[in-house]
Every structure is written in C-alpha cells, then in structure tokens.
Write a protein that binds this ligand. Structure first.
Ligand SMILES: [Mn+2]
Length: 400
C-alpha cells in the first residue's frame, strides 16, 4: 500500500490524542517521548521531531551532528543542512529548533490536527516525497515543525533507495511532482528543470482535491515559506554571476560531484547532462563561492612534488568564510582567490579537477550555461538547451 497510505491507516485506527510515528528500525533513548508530547500539548499546531542519531547495521549508536536541520534540494531530495544567517543565530543551544522540513519517519503530532490538515495525499504510492509534502503543508497552513535536541532516537539509515515496485516508474519523483504542483507555486519550475519529463504529464494523476485542501485551509504561498521558514537558503540562480553546467573547453566535459554521501565529496569530469542534473549544476555566487545546492568547491590538499591542489566539494561556510572556497571568473578562467591559481582539468591518479599556476592552456578554460548577469531577467534562457517554454522562464523570473 505504500508508506503514506500505511501511516494514514494507522492514524485512522489510533485513539489517543497524539500520534507518534516511528520507523520500525528505531531505538529511543531514555525519556525520548516526553519532550515531544510536551511540545504538542503546549501547542496543538506544533509538530515535534526528535534529534535523529545513527544506528549502524551492527546497531552501534552514534550521536548525530546537533547543528543540522532538515531541508530539501530542488531535485526533490530531503537533505540535512547547516543553517546560515538568521537561522544559524537561533540555532545555538539545546532548545527546540524550527526546522523547514522533517525527515518524515519520526514525529509527534496532535491527532485531530493531523486530520484537520488533510492527512497524507492518498495518491502517494510506495516511498518518498511525503515528508516534503507534509512539511510544506504544515508550515504554509499555519503550523510549525520543531526539532527537539533533548529527545534522542537512534535510526538505522538505509544506504540505498528501495527497489522500485514498477521498474520504469520512479514513484518518488511522481509523488514529488504531485507535491510540486500543489504546494510549490513558481518554484516547481526548479524541480522541472531537473525532471522535465514530469512537466504537464498526466501520469501524476488528479491533484484537484489537494488543491482544494490548500484553498480551504487558506495556506500561504511557497514564496512566503522560503522567505520566512527556509530563510537565507541558497537559490541556484539568485545573486549569481554564472550558473548552469560548468564545461571544460578542452574536453567538452562537465564538472560533476560524486553521489557518495560523505562530508567531503570528490569531483570528476563527465559527459554534460541534458536535462540538468543536480550533481552538475553549479553557481558562481556574487559572494564568490562556486557551489551547488549542497556543497562548495574547495581546494583540499597539495599533491606532493606537484603544483596541483586537488579540488573537492565540501559543506559551504559562507558565514565563516573559508579562504579556500572563493573563486573569480575572469575571461574564461576560474581563479582561486587565495592561491592565485586556475581551475584545470587533469588526469592525475584518481583526480580530474585541480588548481595549478595559470597559463593559457585550453584545459584551464571553462564556460557556464549562463554568465554575465546577476538577475534572472537578463539571462538568454534559450541559448542553452535547458528550458522548454516561455512559461517556465516567466515562473523562474518571478522567484524572489
Ligand atoms: Mn527510516
């Protein structure tokens, strides 16, 4: 029946005043439940999530990073992120923290409020997307989500995506397209940039009842959510000098970050992807970082007896600038501000991206899909092959 439907069935059977959802593969620590219930008792529109720690496959317990909050990327994935700006300033101690998105498997919510707010989308099948859908809905329709660091629950993280029930159908993306249509307003075009095949596709099914729900609850706009709940979030096309795939002129290949979910990710050069993939979407920000939605490019080490500094992708520290994360784009070369060296395509051991003393070799020249303007209004969107329609352009232009 799928995850969301199973939860709905459980919620309908429950008789207590508070629903507590916990994945089966969890282990609560001492007194984990009381803080969650207290928050819901104090405010029935507040949804409480514990701090999720990690149980490995041998059930060893390790403490999760207390600074991380739940968010999403525009490809439709749930992500953990380090808050910046205002969000970071309210994130200092062991008090409850407002979180834009919940991971979804562990939370407590007033039972009557759960149904008032529209239960889950009954067309969500299999797994995925229901956490984003519910998080957007809670915030936009008057509720709130809080992560409580004093409630600790260990969770066994799945290392791979579940096998698809229907092999040719990515139900996670289908669910995400539904929620994008209902909740994300113009920002849905960001999702379709990565997944254009779901745009105006009847395969996502009838969404009219969910749209009526949003109408009935008089929910706020997605722009409001981005401005007030997920504030200071990096937007791939906003306040940037250049944006899109980052193509090496000599090889014609594009910079890609590895999917491997480690703190430090390696980079490589791969065939340029159409449609755009998140792993190949780069922005040179007005602040001078070279980043995607999750990571910033940085130099991490000098290879001994060479002049090469390898380039990898790490967490962005735009609040506490790391000198190794700043770049300048000058006449086709990407100059590392601190080392005064140039980004270059290499074949050195397993590495493909490095900086070295600048010269005029073609493997030091790079082009982005879009350059030269800091606002969306002036992009020549149709010079690339990433956009399909004028509607799409107008929607993206209206994102603040
Ligand atoms: Mn789980």
């Amino acid at each position: 029946m799928g995850l969301a439907t199973a939860r709905s069935v459980g919620a309908a059977q429950a008789t207590g005043s508070v629903l507590v959802f916990l994945d089966a593969h969890c282990e609560g620590q001492r007194d984990w439940l009381r803080p969650l219930l207290q928050l819901v008792k104090d405010d029935r529109t507040a949804v409480a999530v514990p701090k999720i720690d990690t149980l490995d496959w041998d059930l060893n317990y390790s403490i999760g990073d207390g600074d991380q909050l739940g968010g999403f990327d525009f490809e439709g994935n749930f992500i953990w992120f380090l808050p910046v700006g205002n969000m970071r300033r309210e994130n200092r101690d062991e008090m409850p923290k407002r979180t834009p998105v919940m991971a979804g498997g562990l939370f407590a919510m007033d039972r009557s409020y759960f149904f008032e707010l529209g239960d889950y989308d009954d067309q969500f099948k299999d797994w995925g997307g229901e956490n984003l859908e519910m998080s957007f809905r809670i915030w936009m329709c008057g509720g709130s989500i809080h992560m409580l660091p004093c409630s600790r629950v260990g969770h066994v993280h799945q290392s791979l995506r579940l096998e698809r029930r229907v092999p040719w159908l990515d139900q996670h993306l289908l669910n995400t397209a539904r929620l994008a249509e209902v909740w994300m307003d113009h920002h849905r075009e960001m999702f379709y940039l990565y997944h254009p095949e779901y745009r105006n596709n009847p395969i996502i099914g009838d969404i009219s009842s969910r749209k009526r729900l949003r109408e009935r609850l008089q929910c706020k706009s997605f722009q409001w959510y981005m401005d007030h709940v997920y504030e200071d979030r990096f937007m791939p096309m906003k306040d940037v000098i250049a944006w899109g795939r980052l193509r090496n002129n000599a090889s014609g290949t594009c910079v890609e970050v590895s999917e491997f979910n480690a703190h430090i990710r390696s980079t490589s050069l791969q065939a340029c992807a159409t449609p755009l993939r998140g792993l190949q979407a780069w922005s040179l920000t007005a602040a001078g970082t070279l980043r995607n939605e999750r990571r910033c490019l940085t130099t991490v080490q000098e290879v001994s007896k060479t002049l090469l500094h390898i380039v990898k992708a790490v967490a962005c520290y735009e609040d506490e600038p790391d000198v190794n994360q700043f770049w300048r784009y000058e006449r086709g070369r990407l100059i590392h501000e601190y080392l005064h060296m140039c980004l270059l395509a290499v074949q050195y051991e397993e590495h493909q991206l490095a900086v070295a003393p600048c010269d005029d070799a073609p493997d030091m020249y790079w082009s982005f899909d879009f350059t030269g303007n800091r606002t969306l209004e002036n992009y020549d969107f149709f010079s690339g092959d990433l956009f399909e329609t004028q509607d799409q352009l107008r929607s993206l232009q209206s994102i603040r």
